[in-house]
Ligand binder design. Structure first.
Ligand code: NI
Length: 446
């Protein structure tokens, strides 16, 4: 229903209410003169109550119509409002997950083969039920069960290649949209398979090399891929980050410690990365955690040796605590520190010039989970992130609290399923075109 129709409907309801009101006034007028003053007053009072009841009824009926019309509103939306996208990612054997690819883009690799697939929807039309569902055909195993909306389609523990894929939308979406899927087999793209038809040659022993998927309004077909899009895709393949899609940088301070493995497990299974701002005196106690961070492509950050407030140190004191921690991180992991976060976010006095002279910017944050306040309530930390998170955020957490690790185990897969790429601070700066200049402070890259 359009807004105009809705207003008319509301006005009509209002007019009906007033007419009833007039009738009430007429009938409330005394027709005979035999009433005592008392009875007249009583009757007038009863009339007022009736009037009030009718007005209240009219009010709720108006609400009911308004609600119905907003529930149905997508049926009257403009063409542009109905634009909706699929995003998808493919896991390649030995190379991990691709970036989330936008609608109608292609991801393929000839050096290896796909072993898992996931897809989600962006800009889902308001008021429409349904989601994207899909299955993959695994060589030697056949079709997997149907999964949906960001869930991973694969056979667990199996590294056999995919031979086919099926994808479709359900609910209201199925009435308005078609899902087009095609795959690359032996270097050639197949024709489009529509709405759950098989893409590929399942059971043939020929594995697929790439996947392309698009959602279009019924009656349309996916646009051809342009040269530029193919170039962009090459760039994303190299970096693993797609600048066209939303991203956030999760950061974990004050570790490493005994909860790093849980956080790293959650990152690994979501194909995600984070940045760890570590204190040197813990780095020497948990070198294995630091090595694992580096192996998973996480960024290694310096948070001083003993969590000193850099604003209160001499220039030499700042250099010393940063240098010592850098060495400990390198000892543990064989990898270099690339970013620094001053404890307490404090960058007064000579902090910035001295960090700048060492080649470092100061990395702060834009979303403070205050997880250290929620040591008994991981859900408060989860909610702090999920209710506030925006593209380009640097999210502050601390890896030394058990509740923070518990929260991370929910936050990480949920952000991924909402379409966020979880990247390191440096990856996000690069993807957003922000030069990280030594001696400057950065809280986000929007
Ligand atoms: Ni700290």
């Amino acid at each position: 229903m359009s807004t105009r129709n809705q207003n008319e409907r509301t006005r009509q309801t209002g007019t009906a209410g007033r007419r009833t009101e007039e009738r009430q006034h007429r009938s409330a007028k005394p027709g005979r003169r035999v009433h005592s003053a008392n009875r007249r007053r009583k009757r007038r009072q009863a009339g007022k109550w009736k009037l009030a009841a009718i007005l209240i009824l009219a009010f709720f009926m108006t609400l009911l119509f308004a609600r119905r019309s907003s529930e149905l509103s997508y049926q009257e939306q403009t063409e542009e409002d109905l634009e909706m996208d699929a995003i998808f990612a493919v896991e390649f054997l030995g190379q991990g997950w691709s970036a989330w690819m936008p609608d109608n883009y292609a991801v393929y690799r000839t050096s290896t083969y796909p072993v898992a697939f996931k897809a989600s929807i962006q800009r889902q039309t308001e008021g429409m039920t349904g989601t994207i569902q899909y299955q993959v055909n695994v060589s030697g195993y056949g079709w997997t069960d149907t999964v949906e909306n960001g869930e991973v389609a694969r056979v667990d523990g199996v590294s056999a290649p995919l031979e086919g894929i099926r994808a479709w939308v359900n609910g209201d979406l199925a009435e308005y949209y078609d899902v087009y899927t095609r795959v690359m087999v032996e270097g050639e793209w197949t024709g489009w398979a529509v709405n759950g038809k098989d893409a590929g040659e399942p059971g043939s022993g020929k594995h697929i090399e790439g996947i392309r998927i698009a959602i279009v309004k019924k009656g349309n077909t996916p646009a051809p891929i342009t040269e530029k899009e193919i170039d962009d895709e090459e760039a994303w393949k190299a970096s693993g980050v797609n600048p066209a899609l939303p991203m956030v940088a999760l950061t974990f301070d004050d570790g490493p410690g005994i909860y790093e493995d849980r956080i790293l497990d959650a990152l690994q299974s979501a194909g995600a990365r984070a940045t760890f701002f570590m204190v040197g005196e813990e780095v020497v106690k948990y070198p294995d955690a630091v090595r694992r961070m580096a192996e998973q492509g996480c960024e290694l950050g310096n948070h001083t040796w003993g969590h000193e407030n850099l604003s209160e140190l001499s220039d030499d004191g700042i250099r010393e605590t940063i240098r010592k921690t850098n060495e400990a991180v390198f000892q543990a992991s064989g990898s270099q520190v690339t970013v620094v976060r001053p404890p307490y976010g404090s960058t007064r006095n000579n902090t910035l010039p001295v960090l700048g002279s060492m080649g470092y910017p100061a990395i702060l944050w834009s979303l403070d989970t205050e997880d250290w306040k929620h040591k008994k309530d991981p859900n408060a930390t989860v909610q702090a992130v999920l209710t506030q998170v925006k593209d380009g955020d640097i999210i502050l957490m601390h890896s030394i609290h058990e509740a923070s690790a518990t929260a991370a185990e929910t936050i990480i897969p949920e952000l991924v399923s909402r379409g966020f790429q979880l990247v390191t601070v440096s990856e996000m700066a690069q993807a957003k075109g922000a030069a990280l200049e030594p001696g400057k402070r950065y809280g986000n890259f929007k």
